[in-house]
Write a protein that binds this ligand. Structure first.
Ligand SMILES: Nc1ncnc2c1ncn2[C@@H]1O[C@H](COP(=O)(O)OP(=O)(O)OP(=O)(O)O)[C@@H](O)[C@H]1O
Ligand SMILES: [Mg+2]
Length: 448
């Protein structure tokens, strides 16, 4: 299709005497892609895989963590460390940061031979899978073992042998350790030396998890060996997030692109939500992208607000899309009750409307208990809020549910259910008639 070449017939200014024609071939190219770096200096610095040079606002935890790693430099048996805290609070970043320093600093001591094996357990569900991965990470390409077919005990044998062959200090980091369903490896690794499985290698295990119930459910014997040193990473407050965003913003954006209120606002939202640095950095990037799409050269508070709505919409949509059909019907019932001014409402008062909607959708309604499970799931997703009520001596406690999200946001993800059940009066003002076939459609909420 291109380049498109066309011939221009250009009459020279001197053509009066007998005239001559110059044929000029122009090459006209349509430009589809053009650099638009006016906003970003380095947008990649806002991505998940970016490792900052310094960590900000984590001094206390880093000090504890550093002290727990100190035996490595002293040539002693390393501690087993268990790191826990909610998602996005810097557990992985702190580990990578400290271990890269530890490696560099250990290199200055001739008598320290340090190896670090970093394994993310996402996608690995058993001790067997972890153990084979570890064996293979210690072996050359030519000597890899198959990831199935050995008894677990033989894989451990190989692991101890390979670890002893490597020798020195070996730190094994198991990030997102809660994906592993059985705790055999969590017991075996930290205790390998004490159990006489290892002779030369000094091994230390660093386990990382954001799942608090995982930690609470560890068996006492695993807990005592794995959690020799426990380090808790608390959620960030607005001030911490501000420092993190400022550091990241300096790398990612050109000078004077961020207006003054952008970072404080991203930080305030982040602290209100979950104190999650990842979420705050994502919001800053979304605001930057919106400004870039608009071809403006300044990111404003308005971009942040719109960015937040867009991200929240994405999150809620994802959550709602993942629900079953009955989950959608329960949510539709609660949504309309909420709009009718009935919320907070007990499960038994959601039931008649849910049952009605299920019938309209030609589905058999679930039994009350199952319906309640769906309400709990909605609460877990943050779409619905739950409050415990106490009826005094006679009634005991019960739960009440209310919507905890923008109606428009929820409706935008519920099109199919509304079409299936029909438009309830309470949402009529959110729904407009489709010009083409008269059937109801939701207003377009996808615009940011
Ligand atoms: N103190 C900090 N200073 C600078 N950047 C930080 C800090 N804490 C977190 N970050 C950044 O925030 C993002 C999330 O951090 P990280 O991946 O370490 O979270 P996590 O605690 O491991 O979360 P998860 O449990 O979900 O794995 C990363 O981009 C990281 O670089
Ligand atoms: Mg992590």
């Amino acid at each position: 299709m291109f380049p498109e070449i066309f011939i221009k017939n250009e009459n020279s200014g001197h053509c009066g005497h007998g005239g001559f024609i110059i044929l000029v071939a122009y090459q006209r190219r349509m430009v589809l892609f053009e650099r638009d770096n006016e906003i970003y200096r380095d947008r990649d610095a806002l991505r998940e895989d970016y490792q900052p040079d310094e960590l900000v606002g984590r001094d206390e935890e880093l000090q504890t963590y550093q002290a727990a790693l100190q035996p490595v430099i002293n040539g002693e048996q390393p501690n087993n460390i268990f790191l826990y805290g909610k998602t996005g609070v810097g557990k992985t970043a702190a580990t990578k940061y400290l271990l890269s320093h530890l490696r560099e600093d250990a290199a200055q001591y001739d008598d320290i031979d340090l190896s670090v094996i970093f394994l993310n357990c996402d996608g690995l569900t058993s001790s067997y899978q972890i153990a084979t991965r570890l064996v293979n990470s210690l072996r050359s390409e030519a000597n890899q073992i198959s990831t199935t077919g050995y008894p677990l005990a033989s894989v451990y044998e190989m692991l101890w042998e390979d670890l002893d062959a490597r020798g020195g200090t070996v730190l094994v980091v198991l990030d997102e350790i809660d994906h592993v369903n059985d705790d055999s490896i969590l017991y075996q690794l930290p205790r390998a030396r004490a159990n006489g499985d290892l002779e030369t290698a000094k091994i230390g295990l660093i386990g990382i998890s954001n799942d608090f119930s995982f930690r609470d459910d560890l068996s006492p014997k695993v807990k005592s060996s794995l959690c020799e040193q426990e380090i808790h990473f608390p959620a960030y407050n607005a001030e911490n997030l501000r420092a993190i965003l400022e550091q990241r913003g300096d790398v990612a954006f050109h000078d004077d692109v961020l207006s003054d209120e952008v970072i404080p606002l991203c930080a305030a939202y982040g602290a209100k939500d979950a104190g999650d640095a990842r979420q705050s950095i994502d919001l800053l990037m979304k605001a930057g992208d919106l400004a870039r799409d608009e071809e403006t050269s300044v990111v404003t508070e308005e971009h942040v607000r719109r960015g937040r709505r867009a991200l929240e919409r994405g999150r809620i949509k994802e959550g709602i899309n993942g629900l079953t059909e009955h989950g959608h019907l329960v949510l539709y019932a609660l949504l309309t009750l909420d709009l009718d001014g009935e919320a907070p409402v007990r499960s038994r008062d959601v039931r008649p409307r849910y049952t009605r909607f299920a019938e309209l959708a030609n589905r058999d309604p679930l039994v009350p208990r199952r319906m309640r499970d769906h309400l709990s799931e909605l609460a877990m997703l943050g779409i619905v809020s739950v409050s415990e009520r106490n009826e005094g001596r006679r009634g005991g406690t019960y739960r009440e549910y209310a919507l905890d999200m923008d109606v428009e946001l929820i409706l935008s993800a519920m099109m199919e259910t509304v079409e299936l059940v029909g438009v309830h009066d309470s949402i009529a003002s959110y729904v407009e008639e489709d010009d083409t076939d008269g059937s109801p459609t939701l207003e377009d909420f996808t615009e940011v």
